[in-house]
Design a protein around this ligand. Structure first.
Ligand code: ZN
Ligand code: ZN
Length: 267
């Protein structure tokens, strides 16, 4: 049985057309028993304002629970971008429903530079990656979330634009600082499988970073596909589980009303 997919977007995200109903059916077809819907709640300068419609979102989740709840546990979540900067707005948007789980993500670099478009990679790459990881440190230190999303996402965008990525070693101090904040604050780290679908050989974050998290005492991990289509739900989860095991994790975190419910990883 595949583990729960804790990072899924639907048409309530500005970059997805996936119907929530189709996502639930795809999860069941893949043999999943639990998912967390984590649509984007973003307030950055490059994000369309007010696209996230909370009352419709929570109502759609309720309808899916009525249809599939006997076979599929459906958690209501969100992926909040730059939660350290937009805490008030995120809280207001999410106060309209019962939230089980929040991913905190850095989608911009320090200074709200748009980190997923080509111009970002025109500056010296060392500088670009430092600006991104500085944002990650700030999210980890100050954001309200349950797990930190795709910690080294910048490598996926670098790959997209054909730019070399030399991490994680040159950025180890910043990354380990972020991981230390997670451990101290009791927050988790996700294994995001989306780079594997784009032809990269490893998830976000890399094995190195997962090892550092574990060495620093980190225990809380989730696995997420970051699916923006129904077909991608649960993709590459066998490999993600294998990686989690190889780093020494014996259980995964799931969340109900933002409290951890542990699940042993099957051998
Ligand atoms: Zn994201
Ligand atoms: Zn996402």
């Amino acid at each position: 049985m595949l583990p729960p997919d804790y990072h899924i977007h639907t048409r309530f995200s500005c970059d997805s057309q996936a119907e929530m109903d189709a996502v639930c059916r795809a999860a069941l077809a893949r043999g999943l028993r639990e998912i967390a819907l984590t649509d984007h709640v973003d307030f950055g300068p490059a994000d369309p304002p007010d696209y996230f419609r909370p009352s419709e979102y929570f109502a759609a989740i309720e309808r899916c629970r009525e249809r599939y709840g006997d076979r599929l546990t459906i958690r209501a979540g969100a992926e909040v971008g730059e939660p350290h900067l937009f805490d008030g707005q995120a809280r207001a948007a999410l106060s309209q429903g019962r939230v089980d789980f929040i991913i905190g993500s850095a989608h911009y670099a320090d200074g709200l530079q748009v980190a997923w478009e080509a111009p970002f990679f025109e500056q010296p790459l060392r500088q670009a990656y430092e600006a991104y990881f500085l944002q990650v440190v700030r999210v980890a230190a100050e954001g309200d979330f349950d797990v930190l999303g795709h910690l080294d996402l910048v490598k996926r965008d670098a790959y997209k634009f054909g730019k070399p990525y030399d991490g994680p070693e040159p950025y180890a101090d910043m990354i380990r600082t972020a991981l230390r904040y997670l451990v101290e604050r009791g927050k988790g780290l996700e294994i995001n499988t989306s780079p594997l679908r784009r032809g990269m050989g490893e998830p976000c974050p890399s094995l190195h970073i997962l090892r550092w998290y574990r060495e620093l005492g980190g225990e809380i991990i989730t696995i997420g596909s970051d699916a923006h289509t129904a077909e991608a739900v649960g993709a590459d989860f066998e490999l993600a589980l294998e990686i989690a095991r190889s780093v020494g994790f014996t259980r995964l975190a799931t969340f109900e009303e933002r409290r951890i419910v542990w699940r042993e990883i099957e051998r």
